[in-house]
Design a binder for this molecule. Structure first.
Ligand SMILES: Nc1ncnc2c1ncn2[C@@H]1O[C@H](COP(=O)(O)OP(=O)(O)OP(=O)(O)O)[C@@H](O)[C@H]1O
Ligand SMILES: [Mg+2]
Length: 400
């Protein structure tokens, strides 16, 4: 019989000795993700919330920088240009500075329901609308970090990671140090890293006494509170389990989006999940940590009308969730599947991987679903809900 522990340790010792060679092979320097998105006058105006004519007029009056002209002689704009235009015209698409960010967890304890895919696409959608987004990848699988092309090599030796912040002995107190830039100018990320999985184990071991357990459940929440005024939306991508990390996400969130595939097994596990959330919130209350979500929205994910029984299951889901259910399901799409395989979202390129029709259908569907979520997000900020964001846009547009 082999001695399992010494066998494993021998492999680890070998691996550590070889790691410098491995890093050269596994982490060959390569070009990092760059966004080369450009927008024609119509799309740019749409994203800014003005008419193309209003923007052209403001440009002619010198209120805006001169637009770039493409080889076809047409005006075009980059993401940075959109930010400049919003600033020049005094458009604030997100919250007012005194308001806190909405902390939205895309949560379901079931694996593979689309949490990371939705987190990435929602982040990109919100960024396109001009919102400042922070994505916190709390899943040791690091799917969302991969979709943001996080440089795992740089994190290898870093002591400024989420794992260090959440460690029970907390070698890192400044949450801000875990935040990194992404290719999107208004999106930042706290990436997952090697070691995040271990934290779960360390957290449970040695957690004694009510106060200490409460402190550990609230670590992410306290980290996020350090930066909550600096972002409009903070998106949390949890692991598919209710361990220490899952509890931290539940305690940190102010609202939930729950993706549920319209299939019988997923439906049943969602009932189980909701019972679990209610129980968890009750136990957090028991630890004097009141968590009361501002909103819960269920969304049918990876939905296919033609698949066996999904239409019926969607109706049952709608009956179960009532007004907590989003009107539009996220359709199953080859475009999403293929984009994710290339470690990007469908918002990160204007070139379809499949057909143009599939691409447009996919984007239109995501836009509809995310517009519903953005509406709920804006309702959380009294400044935008009182003035009515759409009305204000109209007035701004007229003034320009
Ligand atoms: N709307 C969709 N259309 C096509 N494929 C999808 C769609 N949504 C998700 N997928 C695919 O389903 C798989 C699982 O998605 P994802 O990783 O987002 O789930 P998850 O809930 O985050 O999983 P985990 O629980 O393991 O973290 C991925 O391969 C993804 O590309
Ligand atoms: Mg995931």
């Amino acid at each position: 019989m082999i001695d399992t522990i010494s066998n494993l340790r021998a492999m680890v010792d070998n691996g550590e000795a070889l790691s410098s060679q491995l890093k050269k092979v596994a982490f060959r320097p390569r070009a990092r993700k760059k966004l080369e998105l450009t927008f024609g006058p119509g799309r740019a105006a749409d994203l800014i919330g003005r008419t193309p004519e209003a923007i052209a007029k403001a440009e002619a009056k010198g209120r805006l920088p001169q637009p770039k002209i493409g080889s076809n002689g047409r005006r075009y704009y980059t993401l940075e240009d959109l930010t400049l235009i919003r600033q020049a015209l005094g458009i604030i698409p997100g919250k007012q500075s005194h308001e806190p960010a909405v902390v939205l967890a895309v949560q379901n304890f079931k694996g593979g329901v689309g949490k990371s895919t939705i987190t990435k696409h929602l982040a990109d959608y919100l960024s396109l609308q001009g919102l400042r987004v922070l994505v916190v990848d709390c899943d040791p699988q690091a799917s969302t970090s991969s979709l943001f092309d996080v440089d795992q090599e740089a994190l290898w030796a870093s002591e400024e990671t989420l794992a260090h912040f959440l460690a029970p002995t907390a070698p890192l107190n400044d949450f801000r140090l875990t935040i990194q830039d992404t290719a999107w100018p208004t999106t930042k990320i706290v990436p997952s890293s090697l070691g995040l999985g271990e934290i779960e184990w360390h957290m449970v071991a040695g957690a004694e006494g009510r106060q200490e357990i409460m402190r550990r459940f609230g670590l992410l929440r306290s980290g996020i509170s350090q930066v909550r005024r600096e972002f409009d939306v903070i998106l949390l991508d949890p692991p598919p389990a209710m361990g220490f990390l899952g509890m931290n996400v539940m305690a940190a969130a102010t609202g939930l989006v729950i993706p549920v595939p319209a299939r019988q097994l997923d439906f049943l596990s969602t009932i189980h999940f909701m019972t679990n959330i209610a129980d968890t919130l009750e136990s957090l209350q028991g630890y004097d940590m009141g968590v009361n979500y501002d909103f819960i929205r269920v969304v049918a994910s990876n939905y296919s009308r033609s698949a066996d029984g999904e239409t019926g299951m969607l109706r049952i889901l709608q009956q179960m969730c009532g007004t907590n259910m989003l009107t539009n399901p996220i359709l199953a799409s080859e475009e999403i599947k293929n984009s994710v395989q290339e470690f990007r979202s469908v918002y990160e390129s204007d070139k379809p991987i499949s057909s143009h029709k599939t691409f447009t259908r996919c984007r239109d569907n995501l836009d509809l679903v995310f517009a519903e979520i953005l509406h709920v997000i804006r309702q959380q900020w009294p400044s935008t809900s009182l003035t009515g964001f759409d009305d204000r846009h109209l007035l701004d547009g007229e003034a320009a």
